[in-house]
Design a protein around this ligand. Structure first.
Ligand SMILES: *Cc1c(COP(=O)(O)O)cnc(C)c1O
Length: 385
C-alpha cells in the first residue's frame, strides 16, 4: 500500500474514531438494538472493506450497501454478516445480488417476482420490504398497505418459497431539519402500515433510523438502526436540534504536500481568471491537490488549509491538480511540508462539516467526492498527526 511518503495528497482514515462513533450510536440506542452500519459508496468514500474490518470486533448486526457490486466486494473480502441492499436493484443485478447472498430491499411486486425466481436457483434468500412514508424514491406506498401486503404474502406461497420476508423499514427525509413534525408524521405513517400487515410484526426486523433519527429519536430505534454519516465523522444534524449534541469523532483527514513556495510582489496574480491579486508582498505556497482530487472548486478564495497548526486562506481559483494558499502569516513553510484540508493539525482543525457548509453542500457529498487519485491510508497513531 502506498504511504504518505509517496503520495502528493492522501486521505487518512482514523478507524479508532470510526469505532468511537459506532459506540456513541450504540450507547444512544441501547445494547438491544441491532446496528446496520451503512457502508455504501465505498464506506462514504473511506473504503468499505477497511470500514467493515474495523467494525467487525464491535459486532454490528450487518452492513448496508446500495449496489450489488458493493455487496459482492464485501463478500469477496470475507464479510459473513448480513448485507442489506437499501436501494432497489436494477433487474439486471438480481442474479449477482442473489449469488452473493445479499438481502434485497423489495419496493414493488415485480422486484419480488425477480427475487423469488433468483431464489429458485440461488437457494434461500432474505428480503426486507421498504415502505415509502414520504421519501418518494423507493418503497411500497404506506397508504396502500392493505393492497400490496396481502399480494406480497400470497407470492410467498405460504412459506414454501425459497425467499424469506425478514424485515421491514422506512427512511426519514427530514430527521436533520429544525422542524420535527415531518419525522413524527413519517413515524405515524409507518406505524399505520405496520398495523395493517398480514404477518406478525414480531417475525420481522423493523427499522427506520439513519444517523440523525438514531441520535435524535432513540425512541424510534425499533429493532435496528442504519447509521451512516455519523460513523464517518459527519454531524448527524445541527447540534442545536440534537440536545445534548453528540459530536462525532473526526475520521477523515485530507492532506496534501506543499510543492512550491514563493515570495510574490504586489500585483502578482494567481490561478485561472487571476481572481486574487497580491496587495503587498505576499508569500504563497502551492499545494498538490485540486478539484481533480475532489477538493471542491468553489473553495477558491473562500476555504482554508492548515499549515504548521495555523489557518491559511486558499487564494485564487482551485485548479484541477493544484491549489494555492497565502502563507504570509506562516513563512516557515517549505516544499515537502504537509497541508491539511480537512482534519486536525496541532490545535487547529477543519471539520468536514465546515468544508461542506462553505461549499454549499453536505458532508456526504464532500466525503464521497474525493477521487481515486487520493490513496486512503489507515491513520498511523504514531504519526505526528
Ligand atoms: C444512506 C442511508 C442511511 C444512512 O443515512 P445517514 O444519514 O448517512 O446516517 C440509512 N438508510 C438508508 C436507506 C440509506 O439510504
Amino acid at each position: 500500500m502506498q504511504n504518505s511518503e509517496q503520495a502528493r495528497a492522501w486521505i487518512e482514515v482514523d478507524v479508532q474514531g470510526l469505532c468511537t462513533n459506532f459506540e456513541t450510536v450504540r450507547r444512544t440506542v441501547g445494547p438491544d438494538v441491532a446496528i446496520i452500519a451503512m457502508v455504501k459508496a465505498d464506506g462514504y468514500g473511506l473504503g468499505a472493506v477497511r470500514v467493515t474490518r474495523a467494525l467487525e470486533p464491535l459486532s454490528p448486526w450487518g452492513y448496508g450497501v446500495a449496489a450489488a457490486s458493493e455487496g459482492v466486494e464485501l463478500r469477496e473480502a470475507g464479510v459473513r454478516r448480513p448485507i442489506l441492499l437499501t436501494s432497489p436493484l436494477p433487474p439486471q443485478d438480481t442474479e449477482r445480488a442473489a449469488g452473493a447472498g445479499l438481502i434485497a430491499s423489495i419496493s414493488d411486486l415485480a422486484s419480488l417476482d425477480r427475487w423469488l425466481s433468483a431464489s429458485r436457483t440461488a437457494g434461500a434468500l432474505d428480503f426486507h420490504v421498504e415502505v415509502d412514508t414520504g421519501m418518494g424514491r423507493a418503497g411500497f406506498d404506506w397508504r396502500e398497505t392493505s393492497q400490496w401486503a396481502p399480494s406480497l404474502l400470497s407470492k410467498l406461497d405460504g412459506g414454501a418459497s425459497n425467499a424469506r420476508w425478514t424485515g421491514i423499514y422506512t427512511h426519514m427525509h427530514s430527521a436533520d431539519a429544525a422542524e420535527s413534525a415531518p419525522t413524527r408524521t413519517q413515524w405515524r405513517r409507518f406505524q399505520d402500515a405496520l398495523s395493517q400487515l398480514p404477518v406478525s410484526r414480531e417475525d420481522l426486523m423493523v427499522h427506520v433510523s439513519n444517523s440523525a433519527t438514531a441520535l435524535r429519536w432513540p425512541e424510534y430505534a425499533a429493532d435496528a438502526v442504519r447509521p451512516g454519516i455519523f460513523l464517518y465523522g459527519g454531524r448527524a444534524a445541527d447540534p442545536e436540534y440534537l440536545p445534548p449534541a453528540p459530536e462525532p469523532a473526526p475520521v477523515a483527514s485530507v492532506r496534501a504536500r506543499v510543492v512550491m513556495v514563493r515570495d510574490v510582489p504586489p500585483g502578482g496574480t494567481v490561478g485561472y481568471g487571476a481572481t486574487h491579486v497580491a496587495r503587498g508582498w505576499e508569500k504563497w505556497a502551492t499545494l498538490a491537490i485540486g478539484y481533480g482530487d475532489g477538493l471542491p472548486r468553489c473553495l477558491g478564495n473562500r476555504g482554508c488549509a492548515l499549515l504548521h497548526g495555523r489557518r491559511v486562506p486558499l487564494i485564487g481559483r482551485i485548479s484541477m491538480d493544484m491549489a494555492v494558499v497565502d502563507i504570509t502569516a506562516v513563512p516557515d513553510t517549505s516544499a515537502g511540508d504537509i497541508a491539511t484540508l480537512i482534519g486536525r493539525d496541532g490545535d487547529a482543525c477543519i471539520t468536514v462539516d465546515e468544508v461542506a457548509q462553505l461549499a454549499g453542500t453536505i458532508s456526504y457529498e464532500i466525503l464521497t467526492g474525493f477521487t481515486a487519485r487520493l490513496p486512503r491510508l489507515e491513520q498511523d497513531t504514531n504519526d505526528k498527526y
